[in-house]
Design a binder for this molecule. Structure first.
Ligand code: SAH
Ligand code: SF4
Ligand code: F3S
Length: 480
């Protein structure tokens, strides 16, 4: 294996199952190496894994955690560990700054613990300028890889242990989807499931298509097999993940629609709840709405990113819908599924955004009745078409618009989500809050509810009466 910076479109020569077998043999080699290290040190060795960014990153981190656990490292929640691993995000500048901030801290730690290993992977590492900076200014980082070769983690880890200097392996793309690697799930009762990777949409502000590569769907059989296995292992809620799930299956040899996939997932016995994200409004089909309306398992929650309410800005963003189309889609969904909970993503300060454009966004927020909305300040991402635009909006104007939008989103959200006040809802109990004896559950509408409960309820479904609405969460108590 090369120890130098290598950028390659390496198309794997192994078949999927050969690749899995190959990675398993690297796990064994790592295990042997760890054994002798443990003996030399007279203690077990630890790792810390932090994930930045979206649920797809969370999901991929589970694979890395699964492999580290299988090798025999003990996971800890402090960076004072033998191996520190960051799965990075670069969707907005803030995400990058957080990683650089932590690296400063790690550098200090490593001065006192020179044997510590530092590994960076994920979206941020797919950017050339980031890798160059790490090579130049962060020489203490031991291993860097990207988003396309995560399935090679065991091999890369082994290579790093035997390398004399920083090892960097970034692929520009891959067609490969490797199944059946060990994975360590964050929750025992719910799980994300990738249905596709990458994105072909090239919204003009967005870096994701550049760092995640072209859209690739997993075969329906592989998805169903994974979910069956998860259900056998105690999972009752799945979240199907993709940057644009509505275009799922289009590139498969035997094309399948996302709606069809959902009907197959629905048939899995023992599975209780199905969620998915993200839905791009341009591809949301009538078939999907129909399947959702009929389903007994698909949660009545839809995350439908608007980004901007101005048709002019939407065009500049390359979103391929306009304000009217979006609002009529919302109406269609509400007619078919009256109790649907809608949430969205909004960007403020896209280059050239005028006050009038901004007021269009405020107007849609007012009309669409979102339960919540994630509001983002536009962040310039090198390499995207929008970054080249000269009419960037001044910071103070953006800040003012952001504050006004957030105030509206919160005011509307409080009103909209208070529609459940006084009702009894079935919730999946997810965790005990910091306050002992108070548990947090999630309704099918994705609303959180805090209520007094007991530890045996974790991972089960209980009925909770929603007694006090706090905006995006409720306080409640167990129903009789
Ligand atoms: N695939 C999803 C979004 C993934 S990124 C979709 O199309 O809906 C999550 C959110 O980050 C986006 O919806 C968008 O609101 C926000 N985002 C992406 N790029 C951004 C940028 N350059 N600046 C600010 N927000 C951005
Ligand atoms: Fe980015 Fe657009 Fe793809 Fe979403 S659909 S990941 S916003 S390019
Ligand atoms: Fe971030 Fe990559 Fe997700 S850039 S939002 S972690 S796809």
């Amino acid at each position: 294996m090369s120890m130098d910076h290598k950028e390659t479109t390496n198309q794997p020569v192994l078949t999927e199952s050969e690749e899995t077998a190959c990675q398993r043999s690297f796990i064994t080699m790592n295990q042997q190496m760890l054994q002798s290290e443990k003996q030399a040190k007279g203690r077990s060795l630890t790792y810390c894994l932090r994930t930045f960014g979206c649920q797809m990153n969370e999901k991929q981190s589970e694979v890395v955690a699964g492999i580290m656990d299988e090798i025999g490292y003990v996971r800890v929640d402090t960076e004072e560990a033998d191996v520190v691993i960051f799965n990075t995000c670069t969707v907005r500048e803030n995400a990058n700054l957080k990683v650089y901030g932590r690296l400063g801290y790690l550098h200090n730690l490593k001065k006192h613990r020179p044997e510590m290993k530092i590994i960076l992977f994920g979206c941020m590492m797919q950017e050339k300028h980031v890798v160059e900076k790490i090579q130049k200014d962060y020489k203490f980082v031991d291993l860097v890889f990207g988003t396309h070769n995560i399935f090679k983690f065991a091999e890369l880890f082994y290579g790093m242990q035997n390398a004399e200097k920083q090892m960097i392996e970034i692929w520009e793309g891959t067609d490969q989807v490797v199944e059946d690697l060990p994975t360590e799930r964050n929750y025992s009762f719910k799980s994300g499931v990738n249905v596709m990777f990458g994105c072909n949409n090239f919204c003009s502000y967005c870096i994701v298509p550049y760092v995640r590569g072209r859209e690739r769907s997993r075969r329906p059989e592989a998805i169903i097999k994974e979910i069956r296995r998860l259900v056998a292992d105690g999972v009752t809620e799945v979240m199907l993940l993709g940057q644009n799930v509505n275009s799922y299956g289009k590139t498969l040899e035997e094309p399948v629609s996302f709606a069809r996939l959902l009907t197959q997932v629905e048939e899995i016995e023992g599975l209780k709840r199905i969620r998915f994200m993200t839905s791009h409004p341009k591809d949301l089909s009538d078939e999907l709405i129909e399947v959702m309306a009929k389903s007994r398992k698909i949660c009545h929650h839809l995350h439908l990113p608007l980004q901007s309410g101005s048709s002019r800005v939407l065009k500049e963003m390359n979103r391929r819908y306009d304000k009217e189309k979006y609002l009529s889609l919302v109406e269609k969904i509400r007619t078919a599924i009256p109790d649907i909970s809608l949430t969205t993503d909004l960007i403020v300060g896209f280059p050239g955004e005028t006050e009038e454009d901004f007021l269009e966004t405020m107007d849609v927020v007012d009309k669409a009745d979102y339960d919540t909305a994630f509001t983002f300040i536009y962040s310039k991402r090198t390499g995207t078409p929008a970054a080249k635009k000269e009419d960037q909006v001044p910071e103070d104007v953006v800040k003012d618009r952001f504050d006004r939008l957030l105030a509206l989103v919160q005011e509307k959200g409080r009103k909209v989500s208070s529609r459940f006040l006084g009702t009894t809802q079935e919730v999946l109990v997810e965790e005990e809050s910091k306050e002992k004896g108070i548990f947090t559950g999630r309704t099918q509408y994705n609303l959180l509810v805090h209520f007094p409960g007991t530890a045996d309820m974790l991972g089960t479904y209980v009925n909770v009466k929603l007694e006090e609405c706090k905006g995006f969460y409720y306080l409640g108590s167990l129903a009789e």
